[in-house]
Ligand binder design. Structure first.
Ligand SMILES: [Zn+2]
Length: 494
């Protein structure tokens, strides 16, 4: 302990190279080849049956992560009794029957119309057509007690992904003005109606934030492949009937696992660095050619979970100047839900978290590097590059911007709140066949990975954790980043 204290006192005046060398010997004290392999073999084992959310096997994984942290002296977060944060979910099964009857035509739910929001309806009301349903369109419209029909998306904007967000806004506008339902005419050729039907037709899992955030007026998409709907509805068509019934909601819980190690520097320990990974995967599913039905999720994200667990071990033994928080998220595969729950129910004030260093993987196709999604977006770049170099690994930034990876894993929940965030991932240069061979496949087994590489990869992660937790300057967004302003807002009182 004495040596550690002495060294940390003089480090601030030494250059990163010397600092890094000592860091390496600390990392190698706890991270071993067999230790990394054994942990991955456990968390990605067939016995854990793909760690679906929710499942008894995921709870076993949570127990494993918690008990290892306890063994090493990692503490529970303040105010928590134990290492588990309960996350509430709901599973909504779409209505089994419904129809929208206009004049003498009847449109069936699940065929011609799909429900995006709300769960039931039994109403007869006048129909009003409001073009794109923009703020302007709603301004002087009388929609009280009526069914509002609009076109999909924004004017001149055929992007379906964006149409989801635009639709939510229209629905709020309609509800605010007293409308009974919102129907959007689906004309997009970009993604055909058939695909949308399959996508929206099944049960969906979301967070259960409590009653006040639920329901709202029915919101529907209606197939308008021939693009004749607008003319039809614009021509005063009088009353229509909307009936929807048979939706069910089931509630359940799963757990985020959280541990903490207090910082050693009185001036820096109020700053918390989050080291995180999701530990859930997709469970058991369709058999592959070998008859394997267990989607082990070794790469996604057994490996990421173990990098964070190894960091917890190492930092518990040799604490950093900043406070460290280790979070293992549930429900990532259901839509980043565990991390969203955490930032909406943080166990410490969000503004005390200075960075989220998330570890998540789809797979790898280059064992000479690590990939950092968001590498150039924060001021911690040098720490990541140095950590990789120490173990002979190059560091590259996101090579697949079209995959939008930054916004597809848990770090984005933090980034949206303004917290600087990056994603650590195995060497990947393209979403190629080598990657797709294992990505969300039953064959992603623990015996299919290169443990020599993973040993280096894990050491580099733990090393980077140590460098970030000890950086003299707190890490921050680089100027002009998409989330820079959100950061200014979050930390404005500091
Ligand atoms: Zn993942």
């Amino acid at each position: 302990m004495k040596t550690g204290f002495f060294l940390s006192a003089i480090f601030s005046v030494l250059f990163l190279g010397a600092f890094s060398q000592n860091t390496q010997s600390l990392v190698e004290e706890t991270v071993t080849h067999s230790g990394v392999q054994a942990k991955i073999e456990f968390i990605a084992s067939d016995e854990l049956r793909g760690r679906d959310t929710p499942s008894p096997e995921q709870d076993i994984a949570a127990k494993y992560l918690a008990t290892r942290m306890k063994e090493w002296g990692v503490k529970a977060a303040p105010g928590m009794d134990g290492y588990r944060q309960k996350v509430n979910f709901k599973k909504v099964t779409p209505p089994s029957s419904g129809s929208f009857v206009v004049k003498d035509s009847s449109y069936a739910l699940g065929e011609d119309i799909l429900l995006l929001g709300g769960s039931s309806a039994n109403l007869e009301a006048k129909v009003v057509f409001l073009d794109y349903g923009s703020e302007e369109d709603f301004e002087n419209a009388k929609v009280d007690g009526k069914i509002v029909v609009v076109r999909l998306g924004d004017k001149g904007e055929p992007n379906v992904r964006k149409a989801f967000g635009a639709g939510r806004e229209k629905r709020e506008r309609a509800a605010e003005k007293g409308a009974l339902a919102l129907v959007e005419l689906y004309t997009s050729k970009q993604i055909g109606w058939k695909i949308i039907k399959n996508y929206l037709g099944g049960p969906s899992i979301s967070l259960d934030m409590g009653e006040e955030k639920e329901e709202g007026i029915p919101h529907l998409w209606m197939n308008d492949s021939y693009n004749t709907g607008a003319d039809f509805f614009a021509d005063k068509i009088g009353k229509a009937q909307l009936n929807i019934s048979g939706a069910t909601t089931n509630r359940f819980s799963a757990y985020n696992v959280i541990g903490m190690v207090e910082g050693t520097n009185p001036d820096l320990k109020d700053q918390i660095v989050v080291y995180s990974a999701h530990y859930d995967h997709v469970g058991v599913g369709q058999p592959d050619a070998e008859g394997d039905t267990i989607y082990n999720g070794t790469r996604d994200n057994g490996i990421g979970s173990i990098t964070v667990l190894e960091a917890a071990h190492n930092i518990a033994k040799y604490p950093l100047e900043r406070t460290s928080m280790f979070i293992f998220f549930t429900g990532e595969e259901k839509g980043l839900l565990g991390s969203e729950w955490f930032v909406e129910h943080p166990v410490v004030p969000l503004e005390s978290i200075v960075m989220c260093f998330n570890s998540d993987n789809a797979g790898y196709n280059d064992t000479s590097i690590t990939t950092i999604i968001g590498l150039e977006r924060t001021t911690a770049t040098e720490a990541f590059v140095t950590a990789g170099e120490t173990y002979g690994l190059g560091t590259i930034a996101d090579q697949m911007p079209d995959q939008n990876l930054f916004d597809r894993s848990d770090q984005v929940s933090f980034a949206r709140k303004g917290i600087p965030a990056v994603m650590y991932t195995m060497g990947v240069t393209a979403f190629d066949d080598e990657l797709l061979k294992y990505y969300h496949q039953a064959g992603d087994n623990p015996d299919s990975v290169d443990y020599d590489y993973l040993f280096k990869f894990t050491k580099a992660y733990v090393h980077a954790c140590r460098l970030v937790g000890n950086m003299p300057e707190r890490p921050y967004w680089t100027e002009g980043d998409k989330y820079y302003e959100a950061g200014e807002e979050l930390y404005k009182t500091q």
